[in-house]
Design a protein around this ligand. Sequence first.
Ligand SMILES: NC(=O)c1ccc[n+]([C@@H]2O[C@H](COP(=O)([O-])OP(=O)(O)OC[C@H]3O[C@@H](n4cnc5c(N)ncnc54)[C@H](OP(=O)(O)O)[C@@H]3O)[C@@H](O)[C@H]2O)c1
Length: 347
Amino acid sequence: MRRIKAGIINVTGYIGAELARLLCQHPQVKLSSVTGRSAAGQRLSDVFGHFASTDYEVKAELEGAIEVAFSAMPHKGSVDVVPPLLARGVRVIDVSADFRLKDASEYPEWYGFAHPAPDLLRQAVYGLPELHRDEIRSASLTANPGCYSTGAILALAPAVKEGVICPEVVVDSKSGVSGAGRTLDPLTHYSEVNESVTAYALEGHRHLPEITQELRALNPELSLSVTFVPHLVPMTRGILTSCYARLVDGKLARGAKAKDELLQLYREFYENAPFVQVRDKPCRTKDAWGSNFCLIYPTIDERTETLIAISCIDNLGKGGAGQAVQNMNLMFGLPETSGLESLPIHP
Ligand SMILES: NC(=O)c1ccc[n+]([C@@H]2O[C@H](COP(=O)([O-])OP(=O)(O)OC[C@H]3O[C@@H](n4cnc5c(N)ncnc54)[C@H](OP(=O)(O)O)[C@@H]3O)[C@@H](O)[C@H]2O)c1
C-alpha cells in the first residue's frame, strides 16, 4: 500500500507530539521527518517517554521528499515556515492561528502582527470538516481551527444555520491545562492550577474572531454577536463548552416537543459527520478523552426559552492534532476516519 510521506514541524510541543503519536500509527502514512528547535539532534524517545518504542530523530529542518507538512508552531511562527513549503508543492496543515482569519486586518488587533501574506489567507481553507469538507479535499493549505473554536462552532452551527436562536449568544468554555501548551508559565504550574478554576481573557480571547467568522458565514442575516468567556480548570485534557441563546419565537414547537425537534435538527445537520455524536443526555469531557470525537448535547430551558448547547472535545484530539489528521485524510482522498478510529480512553 502506498503511504503518504508526512513531516511535523515543532514536534516538541503538545500538539506536535500528539500528531506524531497519531501519524506513527496511521496505516496510510509514513512519518518521514520531525523537527524541534530545542531537541534537534536528539531521539524523540529521549524527549518524550511515550515514544520509547519508536526510532525518530528530531531534526532542525524537515528532511526528505514529504507530501504533507503539519506546522505545530506557535502563532506568528507558521507565517514564516509555511510559504516556502507551499512553493515547493508540499501541502500544509497549519495548527496555529496564522491562516485562520480571512480578514488580514484582524491580525494586528488579535495577534499583534501585520499579516505578511494576505493572499494566503484567501487561499487557506478553514479546516473544520463538518463545515468545509469539500473545500478541504482540494486545499493546498488548511488552517486547523482553534480548540475552543472547534467546540463552540460545532455546538452552535445547526442552531445558527437554521435561525432558531436570537443573535446574542453566550459561549462559556472550560479547558484543561494542556490547552495552554508545554511552554513553562507560572500561571499553569500544578500548584497554581490544582484545586482552582479561573476565568481569563475577559477583554477578548483570540479564538473569538474565528468563532464569529465561521458562525456569521453560516447565517449572514443573523448579525450574530458572541460573548465568549474561557476558563482554565484543573484537568490535563478536554474542553467543555456551554452555549446559551434565546430561542426565536415560533421557530420550534412549544414544550417538550421542542427538545425533540432540536435534537432532530442537530442530528440531521451532523448526519454525515463521523466524529460528531449528538447525544440526548449531557456529555462530559471524559467521554471524548484521547479521541477525535465531539460530543454535543442540545437542549432547551423551557422556563426562559433558551437554547443550551453543550459540547465536549479533547483539545489535543478534535481540538488540535486529531482534527489535523482528519483534514489530511480528506486532502489525500483517504477515508475520513483513517488512523482516528480508536475509542476514547476510560477512566
Ligand atoms: N495545546 C492545544 O490544545 C492546542 C490546540 C489547538 C491548536 N494549538 C496550537 O498549536 C500550536 C502549538 O501549540 P502547543 O500547545 O503544542 O504549544 P507548546 O506545547 O507550548 O509548544 C510550543 C513549542 O514551540 C516551540 N517554540 C516556541 N517558539 C518557537 C519559535 N519561535 N520557533 C520554533 N519553535 C518555537 C518551543 O519548543 P522548543 O522548546 O523546542 O523551542 C515550545 O516548546 C500553537 O499555535 C497553538 O495555538 C494548540
